[in-house]
Design a protein around this ligand. Sequence first.
Ligand code: FDA
Ligand code: NAP
Length: 450
Amino acid sequence: MGVTDRRSQEIYDVVGIGFGPSNMSLAIALEEHGASAPQHPVRSHFFERQPSFGWHRNMLLPSTTMQISFLKDLVTFRNPVSRFGFISFLHASNRLVQFVNNQDFFPTRQEFHQYLEWAAAGLADRVTYGAEVTSIRPVAEAGAGAPDLLEVEVRGSDGTTSTVTARNVAVSTGLVPRLPEGVSADERVWHSSEFLTKFNAQAPEDLKSVAVVGAGQSAAEITRFLHDALPHAQVSAVIPSYGYSVADDTPFANQVFDPAAVDEYYFGSEKAQDAFWRYHRNTNYSVVDSDVIRSLYQRSYDEQVRDSRRLHFRNLTRVDAVERVGSGARVVLRSLLDDRTEELTVDALVFATGYDGLDPARLLGDFDRHFQRDAAGRHRVERDYRLVAASGLTCGVYVQGGTEHSHGLSSSLLSNIAVRSGEIADSIVLRRTERELNRTSAAEREPSAA
Ligand code: FDA
Ligand code: NAP
């Protein structure tokens, strides 16, 4: 059976695009709504393009830890007694006691990945893997004026396409890897999002000289990993700042990720919103956890003591150009100190140069013109994460991610997903109830056909 053949007759209340933590959290919120209203559950299905569940698998480096508390899992802030909480996972894994003994709020990324896989397994009947959504089109139900349904086109892993119909979609397709202009990735030039796959495809002895570009968490973690994994290699870190800056995760600053901060940002003045960014950008962007910074500095100092250096930091430096030479790459580096350029030839070059936010326009195509944009050209988004429609559309496009401008700093993070997905689930249910009430009153106004 094709990816969606068996569902093609159904109209879903919501189709979720992507099955990362955001939409997993939504699937759970909808399930828990269904448990409280079993007579009228929300009909939903999710499509994920990966062949099985995976959360930033290419960055599952040894010893890397989460940047949020384990209590900011898929559910706890919305429903602390959900069966999908991190504590339930620990209990099911027979590790709750040991986890508590370990006295650490920040599990490894490996362990959090295990948690997410465990939760995904519990939601298996709601998701189709190996299914990439390629477009979303509006359609009108027979007799309706404005489009009130969405046709979602899905390409299966065997290349066949099919469509499903929904009243709403939840676009949660995640961050988009960013390379500097003019750079393209290949087998020796990598973006951090593909790091482990590309690294594991090489024989370590072929990598005698490597460089990592960027001064964020990904860059620092990859530099540390390469220094460990390639004990024979020269490892260069090309960093645009004077040195790595620390991610501020102290308690007062951390409040910018609280659920309450979303309202304060959303309804705040332009000046207030600007202050969030001016004072608190260093909670997340281009910053590194202090333990990783210290571990890199310690290595560098140890090499200095031993007078044997292979870890090199090129600070105040950006990449001007990259050229493939032989099996490696030649990179032109420009120093911000004196504007001088220098060439570095390496066997592999990793761009840990960050990500762009989710942009729903990629999927919406032509349909995107139905949605309003602000003066800066960004989508206008309602408080319930629904794109503001320009015309009388009654079908909804919800977004999880890509809302930094409207909802604030937690938009691309895990901090608020439990609460956000609960708000989206509530909105879908409320709007469905309103639509049904409108229909009932319209039918009551019609003269009886009998
Ligand atoms: P996510 O990217 O996880 O999932 C999107 C899914 O959609 C993917 O599985 C993708 O395959 C799928 N998809 C995309 N397009 C599709 C299509 N057209 N059709 C079908 N499926 C499609 N944040 C935090 O708060 N704490 C942390 O510790 C970390 N750690 C971290 C590590 C690394 C290496 C990165 C890069 C990022 C983080 N983050 C983070 C931020 C990160 O954005 C966050 O952890 C979640 O991944 C956000 O979950 P989403 O479900 O929104 O996106
Ligand atoms: P990031 O924070 O956006 O950092 C990108 C870095 O690349 C910045 O230092 C940027 O400098 C630099 N850069 C961009 N273009 C460059 C160029 N041409 N030359 C030199 N430097 C350049 O991206 P990230 O580190 O991938 O982090 C993304 C998100 O993932 C964050 O939320 C982070 O916390 C998360 N993450 C979490 C973990 C974990 O949980 N353990 C691990 C990795 C990532 P400018 O600032 O000057 O642009």
